[in-house]
Write a protein that binds this ligand. Structure first.
Ligand code: HEC
Ligand code: HEC
Ligand code: HEC
Ligand code: HEC
Length: 207
């Protein structure tokens, strides 16, 4: 009975409060918390693919000669890897309040998983992750369907914005093409595993 009442109360609170306000409550956990499962070969080792990609090097890039030159031209007096004007797109969760950073986010890890998949404190648990719908409810984003996640960083505020970067089929070019850019960073779960990870892991263990 008490449980039922609490259930109703929670339902009302959810209906009254905005879903967005709830989404704000998820916290960042950092890439080590994703790596434990997503470096597995059975899973498709998304960690390794990311590690070899430009996103993992985004912070290192700010220490290079090109970055220092860009910052100088812009009149930024701080080193680029210490300047908010650069860090905002070159690391994960820049400017997010400490109350929403559950574990240390290393700047050196650059643009990590959670920049694109959302703060993972509530979806990273095995039982949640194995269920697409539950993961969404727990705050997981779908970057494959939402170009806006990319364009918070891939926009003309970037000093190296280059309007000829991606060639389109009609012969013109653009600075950012969502489909081609996704292809470049592709890190799929193997098709025979997708949606069945837990069963496949069990089968492997039984062998
Ligand atoms: C305890 C293990 C575990 C941890 C930790 C974990 N995941 Fe997962 N993740 C899984 C499993 C299992 C699946 C589902 C695989 C399947 O069966 O398709 C999954 C699926 C996903 C998917 C695809 C979801 C979908 O439904 O399309 C994304 C994206 C993802 N994980 C990102 C992350 C990120 C980012 C983190 C760190 C914040 C993380 N995972 C941490 C186990 C984990
Ligand atoms: C938090 C900011 C941020 C987000 C979000 C982000 N990126 Fe990036 N991306 C960067 C930065 C910074 C670099 C350059 C890193 C470097 O070279 O040091 C980059 C580089 C890339 C590159 C390599 C560029 C090249 O051609 O060499 C691709 C492709 C890319 N991003 C695709 C995407 C896609 C697709 C999304 C969305 C699903 C996305 N990015 C989301 C910041 C971001
Ligand atoms: C609005 C987001 C954003 C901001 C702010 C930003 N960057 Fe970047 N940066 C990117 C993205 C995205 C890329 C990947 C290349 C591209 O598509 O522009 C990138 C790439 C780079 C690169 C590699 C260029 C190349 O040839 O691939 C350097 C160097 C760089 N940024 C330096 C800086 C410096 C220095 C600052 C601060 C003055 C800065 N960035 C601020 C988003 C940003
Ligand atoms: C720059 C953005 C970006 C970063 C960083 C990133 N991902 Fe993704 N991820 C994507 C996009 C976009 C897709 C969807 C691809 C599609 O639908 O074509 C995706 C898909 C996935 C999937 C599902 C693959 C499938 O077959 O359905 C998993 C699992 C995943 N990412 C895990 C991770 C993990 C773990 C990390 C960190 C090690 C990470 N991602 C870092 C953008 C990113």
């Amino acid at each position: 009975m008490i449980r039922a009442l609490i259930g109703i109360g929670l339902g009302l609170a959810l209906a009254a409060g905005s879903v967005e306000a709830l989404a704000q409550e998820h916290s960042y956990v950092g890439i080590k918390k994703c790596r434990s499962c997503h470096k597995k070969v059975l899973m498709g080792n998304q960690y390794e693919t990311w590690k070899k990609s430009a996103h993992s090097r985004a912070f290192e890039t700010l220490k290079g000669a090109e970055a220092i030159e860009i910052a100088k031209e812009k009149g930024i007096t701080a080193s680029p890897h210490e300047a908010a004007e650069c860090l905002k797109c070159h690391v994960t969760a820049f400017g997010v309040g400490t109350e929403r950073i559950k574990y240390v986010l290393e700047p050196a890890d650059g643009v990590q998983c959670e920049s694109c998949h959302g703060p993972g404190s509530d979806y990273r648990k095995m039982k949640v992750m194995a269920d697409h719908q539950k993961s969404l409810v727990a705050g997981m984003w779908e970057p494959g369907k939402d170009e806006k996640i990319c364009t918070t960083c891939h926009n003309n505020e970037s000093p190296s914005w280059d309007s000829t970067k991606f060639q389109l089929a009609d012969g013109t070019s653009v600075a950012f093409d969502f489909e081609q850019a996704k292809e470049k960073i592709s890190h799929p779960i193997p098709s025979d595993v997708k949606g069945h990870y837990l069963e496949r892991e069990k089968e492997l263990r039984a062998k």
